[in-house]
Write a protein that binds this ligand. Structure first.
Ligand code: NDP
Length: 355
């Protein structure tokens, strides 16, 4: 059997594409990632994507503050493995909007309600040179599809230091929301590297657990939006180390004990005692499995080959969300391009007499 549309991914782009494709009777299959793979968790490529790694989402339209628990209880299905955590625990109600994991779980449920099929697998290989396309998953299975929507998102970057690699999961992390509550980080000074919205958000979040948070900023200014930067700078627990970069992660073999800082302004090196280091220095698109068969831009993101379309260099392959968007990178813009990709795929199938 050849699928009409396969969507790879599990964030807002993927689920929106699935909702549109399912309502168009294309019986989409979403390959949402292998939830058992720890690397997926670290990379944010696990089911529900990067939103699963965030707290409150304040800027996705339609979620003003309100009592969402009852709605979640009725909208999500109890067979969802994450259901008890999201709905039956005593987590406080978000003060604004909705939590990221809840938002994307609702999107997935909406897609399923219209008949979307979902597989917990990673696509590790593709053949896009021959039609229909062939996709191979991590368990060695393969399937064929007429159209493909790539919505695999992007993952967090690390500095690339050997000492950083050595202490991953032992005090080095790229996700405050996933790891900040762990005992190793409690009541200790922590470092957050970066100066963008993510760094400000992570630093602010970590003040809940840390005795102090040092933001390591390589220039003399923030990249973050004014509101996020001001929120972080006004937090009495956050101190910024301007014009500094982390040169080495220090540890006692079991855990992180500090970071060595190098000045970018010619000042002497400095050692900071911290119990953990969180990287918030941008993202890399998840395109490895495409093995060069889809044209990428210089920065590694998939190139949309036609203005205002989700077309890629391969006829019948469409890209949506952060895997192709290096500029807006918002949940709502990802959802928008997911919708566009489904409509583009539907028209492609119609044009080829396949619907
Ligand atoms: P950004 O690309 O905006 O920022 C990356 C930061 O990391 C920059 O400050 C950069 O420094 C720094 N950096 C990069 N490489 C290194 C390095 N090797 N060493 C030290 N510092 C480094 O990424 P973000 O993830 O913060 O944000 C991505 C997008 O997501 C943005 O559009 C942002 O607005 C959005 N976002 C929105 C949020 C919200 O609205 N709630 C929350 C989080 C993200 P430099 O400035 O010197 O280049």
């Amino acid at each position: 059997m050849t699928e009409k549309v396969v969507i790879i991914g599990s964030g807002p782009a993927a689920w929106t594409a699935a909702i549109y494709a399912a309502r168009a009777q294309l019986h989409p299959l979403v390959i949402q990632g292998d939830p058992t793979n720890d690397k997926n968790r670290q990379n944010g490529t696990l089911p529900l994507g990067q939103l699963a790694l965030t707290t409150e989402v304040e800027n996705f339209p339609s979620w003003p503050a309100g009592e969402t628990r009852e709605y979640l209880r009725t909208a999500l299905k109890p067979d969802d493995p994450a259901f008890p955590y999201w709905v039956t625990d005593n987590k406080p109600q978000p003060t604004h909007g909705i939590d990221g994991p809840q938002l994307v779980a609702l999107m997935r449920q909406q897609a399923k309600n219209f008949g979307t099929r979902v597989e917990d697998k990673d696509v590790v290989k593709v053949d896009l040179k021959n039609k229909p396309f062939t996709l191979t998953t991590h368990d060695g299975e393969s399937l064929k599809t007429h159209t493909l929507i790539v919505a695999t998102g992007a993952r967090a970057n690390y500095l690339g230091l050997p000492s950083e690699d050595k202490y991953k999961n032992r005090g080095v992390s790229a996700c405050a929301v996933c790891d900040g509550f762990l005992p190793i980080f409690r009541n200790k000074p922590l470092a957050v590297v970066g100066a963008g919205d993510s760094a400000c958000e992570e630093a602010t979040y970590l003040t809940k657990f840390a005795s102090k948070v040092h933001m390591i900023v390589r220039r003399d200014q923030m990249r973050a939006s004014k509101i996020m930067a001001e929120r972080a700078l006004a937090n009495p627990k956050i101190e910024v180390k301007w014009n500094t970069v982390v040169d080495e992660v220090l540890g006692d073999e079991k855990k992180v004990t500090g970071v060595r800082l190098k000045s970018t302004a010619g000042k002497p090196d400095e050692t900071l005692d911290v119990g953990g280091m969180f990287c918030a220095i941008g993202h890399t698109p998840n395109v490895g499995f495409l093995d060069g068969q889809v044209k990428l831009k210089e920065n590694g993101y998939i190139e949309w080959t036609t203005v205002s379309r989700t077309f890629t260099s391969v006829d019948g392959v469409f890209a949506a969300g952060d895997v192709a968007d290096d500029y807006y990178r918002q949940a709502v813009s990802a959802a928008g391009t997911g919708c566009m990709a489904a409509l583009d795929a539907e028209r492609w199938l119609g044009h080829h007499g396949l619907v």
